[in-house]
Design a protein around this ligand. Structure first.
Ligand code: NAP
Length: 333
């Protein structure tokens, strides 16, 4: 909600970071409600989901990312990429949205607040039959899963796809999107999440605390690797000849994140008859609308483990950082 101060400036609650560090650097403050510029809309945030991206923004890691995020301190003081909410103002030249529209999107920075500015291209229309909490789970993780499976791997009906790291934000959506694309899905997760992942539609679930999937899975058209727990020598064994490994993440170098490992695997794959690619998800309005359509049809139904009030964003991020959340955590301002 917006309030006003003594000079009649509308104020809002927001999570602010003045420096990089652990989630302890996040503080709840009052900030002026921003005004949309040309091509932008103001969104009243009804829900904002957490991603590992927010962890990286808060911690300023990998260090190379500070070139964009701010070298000495964060250029964007309010973190938060994913949101779902209601358009309350539109700037000049906005054509796809009007005041009152329900929207969802990935805005990069600024969604851990009562109001946020979004570029028009960062948003899609939220389907009326899903909650704000569910819609907020989809943009960043959904773009990653959709672009990884459909565009990088070119998944076709009947193909065999193994998803390592199937129980987190990206992995749960990847299971559902792979099924929607017609694939036969083998999913890898820990014991506590086996039943949840099965209910998402996985044809086979491997508990990684009991079995190493690289020892028992073979002949796959696609490996969607959302955990990066094994190197190229082990992971390439699960692929059929001509199959492709899609790396979403891998061992993270302090300066370069997973990019260093991606280059190592790209080189290792040369001449071996099995392909390798790494994904950096990008915000595309058509893809966001595709995901909104999948939400509307029920092809994807996000799993929300827990919602938190805005004031508890640091606690939510701390829990996400442990790396074992059940699918998505959502902030409700
Ligand atoms: N390339 C891109 O554009 C892009 C976009 C989004 C995210 N990412 C990266 O992708 C990764 C996943 O993101 P997320 O949002 O899904 O994170 P998340 O919600 O924290 O999920 C992490 C997943 O890793 C699993 N995991 C942990 N140890 C494992 C192991 N030994 N074997 C198999 N699975 C294991 C966890 O499952 P259990 O709890 O069952 O252990 C969980 O499902 C992060 O590193 C993130 O930075 C990359």
């Amino acid at each position: 909600m917006a309030t006003t101060n003594t000079t009649d400036t509308a104020l809002m609650s927001a999570i602010v970071q003045d420096r990089y560090g652990s989630p302890d650097v996040l503080e709840l403050r009052q900030l002026p409600v921003p005004t949309p510029g040309a091509g932008q809309v103001l969104v009243q945030v009804r829900a904002a989901s957490l991603n590992m991206f927010d962890w990286h923004v808060t911690s300023g890691t990998p260090r190379m990312a500070r070139v964009i995020a701010g070298v000495r301190r964060p250029k964007h003081p309010v973190p938060g990429a994913d949101l779902a909410g209601i358009v309350t103002a539109v700037g000049a030249a906005v054509t796809r949205f009007r005041v009152g529209d329900e929207v969802m999107g990935d805005i990069g920075w600024g969604s851990f607040a009562a109001y946020a500015i979004a570029e028009e291209r960062q948003l899609a229309h939220k389907p009326g039959n899903v909650s704000f909490e569910q819609a907020a789970c989809v943009p960043l993780a959904g773009l990653t899963a959709l672009q990884g499976l459909r565009d990088h791997a070119g998944v076709q009906p009947g193909q065999r796809v193994v998803i390592n790291g199937a129980s987190g934000g990206v992995g749960t959506l990847a299971v559902m999107i792979a099924k929607a694309l017609g694939a036969e899905v083998t999913a890898v997760c820990s014991t506590a999440k086996v039943e949840m992942v099965r209910t998402l539609g996985a044809d086979r679930v491997i508990d990684y605390t009991l079995d190493d999937y690289t020892e028992i899975v073979r002949d796959q058209h696609v490996l969607f690797d959302n955990a990066g727990t094994r190197g190229w020598r082990q992971t390439s064994r699960v692929l059929a000849a001509g199959g492709i490994a899609v790396m979403i993440t891998g061992p993270k170098h302090g300066w370069f994140g997973p990019m260093r490992e991606a280059i190592i695997r790209k080189v290792a794959a040369i001449g071996g008859g099995k392909r390798f690619t790494n994904v950096t998800a990008s915000v595309k309005p058509d893809d966001l609308e595709t995901l909104a359509g999948m939400l509307a049809s029920g092809a994807i139904t996000p799993v929300v483990e827990r919602t938190y009030p805005l004031a508890d964003t640091a606690a939510a991020l701390r829990y996400l950082g442990e790396g074992h959340a059940h699918a998505k955590l959502v902030i409700v301002p």
